[in-house]
Design a protein around this ligand. Structure first.
Ligand code: HEC
Length: 114
């Protein structure tokens, strides 16, 4: 009887610990996240602070391509910002994951403009 109770308690504990990990699928870009105005605002600040210098319309011509979000998905943008690619620097050391996810949401949003 005591053993059965212990089992029930253990199973309960296991679900308790399993649930938070499972619900927070790391790196997933949900519609809710991508459309969150606070996230987009944070992303815009990152853009203005760092990305615009190379990608903005006032950037030195040829410094970096004009971004065309219609060709991207969020995973692609996040990967470029995180890992870099050729002339594109990795910005992992400069912006934390939340900021890199936020700038991704900004670029994919209707508010984005070069
Ligand atoms: C030092 C200049 C520089 C900065 C700063 C910079 N980029 Fe880039 N980025 C580049 C260059 C150059 C490329 C083109 C790399 C290639 O494909 O050869 C690029 C490519 C990209 C691409 C892929 C474009 C495509 O169509 O293939 C994305 C997305 C991107 N950058 C986003 C960002 C974001 C977001 C930031 C700010 C967090 C940023 N970049 C900051 C220079 C920069």
């Amino acid at each position: 009887m005591a053993l059965a109770a212990a089992f029930v308690a253990l199973a309960g504990l296991a679900t308790l610990f399993a649930t938070p990990g499972a619900s927070r699928a790391a790196g997933e870009f949900t519609d809710q996240f991508l459309n969150d105005p606070a996230v987009i605002e944070t992303g815009k600040a990152v853009w203005n602070k760092r990305c615009k210098f190379c990608h903005g319309k006032t950037a030195y011509p040829g410094k970096a391509p004009r971004l065309d979000p219609s060709r991207y998905n969020p995973e692609f943008v996040f990967d470029r910002v995180t890992n870099g690619f050729k002339g594109m620097p990795s910005l992992k050391g400069e912006f934390n994951e939340d900021q890199r996810r936020a700038v991704t949401a900004y670029i994919m949003s209707g508010e984005f403009s070069n």
